[in-house]
Design a protein around this ligand. Sequence first.
Ligand code: 3PG
Length: 384
Amino acid sequence: MARDFFTMDDFDLSDRTVLLRVDINSPIDPATGELLNDARIREHLLTIRELRGAKVALLAHQSRPGKDDFTTLEVHAERIGALLGRTVRYVPSLFGRPAIEAIESMHVGDVIVLENTRFYSEEEALADTKLEKMAKTHIVSRLAPHADFFVLDAFAAAHRAQPSLVGFCEVLPSLAGRVMERERHMLENDVVDSVLTSGGVANLFLDAAGIDPGKPTTDFMRREVEDYDAHRAMCKELLARFPGRILRPMDVVLNDDGVRKPVPVSDLPAKWPVYDIGLDTIAHYVDEIRRAKTIFVNGPAGVFELEPFSVGTRELLTAVAEADGFSIVGGGHTVAAVEQFGLADRIDHVSTGGGALINFLAGRELPLVTALKHSYKKFAETKK
Ligand code: 3PG
């Protein structure tokens, strides 16, 4: 199939200044600021290494405003530097004078990391507006004149039409990076036969099915899920539209002061929060996983970071790794879990994308892909 977007093969990037938008949104311990998993960062190394003949300014986001891991990209820059074996400078500015000066003073081979794009309100406020409008934001209009190319590698955020992701496609020749390219070729739209819910999604579906998991769980869900009631209503509608195809846990594990407390869902609501799925649910889901021809996993089954509540996540992911079907695992936390349990080598495709992957599998057009196609048409003449 003919390509309708540029890749890094289409241009000679040596000696040029490149703005590279990656998705290195990673699990971070809010208490210590420590980076808990660098899988997404490692994915982008191929693209960064290929740009060694250029001057590279990285743009990225970390978490969202209001979340406790919404922080600077300092630890990310450190980790990129450690993985590349050279200094990668973190610049605590995105488009202010320090950022522009840092870009202008780069030498060939330099990599700098600019500030978290979501520290700047226009990133979210102008999301989903027209490309022309996004091109006028400070982020795009201040940075673009100092760069020759935009390399878009943030597949994991491919479902987000935000200025730092798509706005540059209007004003600079924009090329898909290696992660973006690989993920796009890897995936095809598949029909889903059944959905096995666990973790937070299961709590939402339980609630939608009229099973109240209890106040600690619903309070947590309401804090985490924007527009909780609208989501619950949507889940209710999905349950009615696809009877028998969206599976819910039949038993769950509560966190009773750090101790596992298994209960059937018929015993809910509970005064303790739900932290994992129960053994009957695991057995049932494992059976489904073994029979599947294609398995897609997004999101852990429970709070796997805490040993007593890691059973569901570990057992389901082990079943996925052992299954004959083609397995795709996506999303920051899920990839972290796969790595924690030493299963990454046995999964057919470990994707950087969570929400982006779901949107892609659902057959929805991804704004980042649309923007790359736009740039391809607009800058066709500039190709070498
Ligand atoms: C992700 O982790 O799915 C991407 O980085 C996008 O993050 P978002 O859901 O906060 O936009």
